[in-house]
Design a protein around this ligand. Structure first.
Ligand SMILES: C[S@@+](CC[C@H](N)C(=O)[O-])C[C@H]1O[C@@H](n2cnc3c(N)ncnc32)[C@H](O)[C@@H]1O
Length: 287
């Protein structure tokens, strides 16, 4: 048994992590311990004086050492939390962001306004599958299709679907946006967390974000290459009424609002803010 209790281990690791620029050092140390001990943060809090055995200390220290290089914790642990569930992640997929939970919430709410039975949803750029699979798990009545251009990402999404035992209930396929969708297929909602980083902003991103696959981040000079293609093609694949709901980067929402405003196929456009008060989700309705 080591002479280190949980509280001491957390505070020592937090100090080291913060020194290399990881702001949430304590929270990350706790996440590592929760993963190793397979417990909740509440359990850590209640067991603060518990001593850690040597084998566990060794594993913990190895993870902290790797994290000190600014390699993302989620890739080290091989998992990431989304909407209260643990998903497998690896370097083939973007680490899910908390903002995407707002996208998730907006899609679930919008589904309640769709008259079709079942409500059909297309997730473009599914990555690890967090959005598509969570939608199905939250509301099994939804008919979900999810596409991604990356076969490696789809392999992760398929593993996650199998983990949650819904592999035969969600359609996952490789597609460059709508390319593999039949021309006459219609959805009630098209949802996406597309790549939206500008080439200029890429270099200045934190190392953790730059570890994500470039295909999940980069979208041309203005960061709008993929979003503009989705806006152009989506109305052909939407029922009326139907919704296109997608996540955008800082400072992109207003420009996109103007593009949608000019396109008479869309009747309404709504911007939804994230917890930092930044316009993060664009919700467009087709007439
Ligand atoms: C920002 S990530 C989002 C991943 C996941 N939906 C999430 O929210 O965590 C964007 C995803 O879009 C995919 N992607 C990029 N270009 C695409 C395209 N032309 N067609 C389909 N998927 C694309 C990437 O492979 C990546 O998985």
């Amino acid at each position: 048994m080591s002479d280190r209790n949980l509280n001491l281990v957390i505070s020592e690791a937090a100090r080291k992590l913060e020194k290399v620029g990881i702001e949430a050092g304590a929270a990350e140390a706790e996440l590592i311990l929760c993963d190793l001990l397979d417990c909740t943060r509440l359990h850590l809090f209640l067991q603060g004086s518990m001593l850690l055995n040597d084998a566990l200390m060794e594993k913990f220290n190895a993870i902290v050492e790797k994290r000190l290089t600014r390699y993302p914790l989620q890739y080290i642990l091989g998992s990431s939390w989304f909407f209260g569930r643990k998903f497998k992640v690896n370097e083939a997929v973007m680490v899910p962001c908390p903002e995407t939970e707002i996208l998730m919430d907006s899609v679930l709410r919008s589904a309640r306004f769709c008259p079709s039975t079942p409500v059909k949803i297309l997730d473009i750029g599914t990555g690890s599958g967090v959005l598509a699979l969570t939608l199905k798990l939250e509301n099994p009545e939804l008919d979900i299709t999810a596409v991604d251009i990356s076969e490696e990402a789809l392999a992760v999404a398929r593993e996650n679907a199998a983990r949650f035992k819904i592999e035969s209930n969600v359609r996952l396929c490789r597609s460059d946006l709508f390319a593999a969708i039949a021309g006459d297929e219609k959805f009630d909602i098209i949802a996406s967390n597309p790549p939206y980083i500008t080439i200029g902003d890429y270099e200045g991103l934190p190392p953790e974000v730059k570890a994500d696959p470039q295909v999940s981040l980069l979208a041309g000079d203005q960061g709008l290459d993929v979003i503009e293609r989705i806006l152009t093609e989506a109305p052909d694949y939407l029922n009326v009424p139907g919704y296109l709901i997608f996540e955008v980067g800082d400072n992109q929402a207003e420009g996109i609002f103007e593009i949608v405003d000019q396109d008479k196929r869309y009747s309404d456009c709504l911007l939804i803010k994230d917890l930092a008060d930044i316009d993060r989700i664009v919700l467009c309705k087709v007439k």
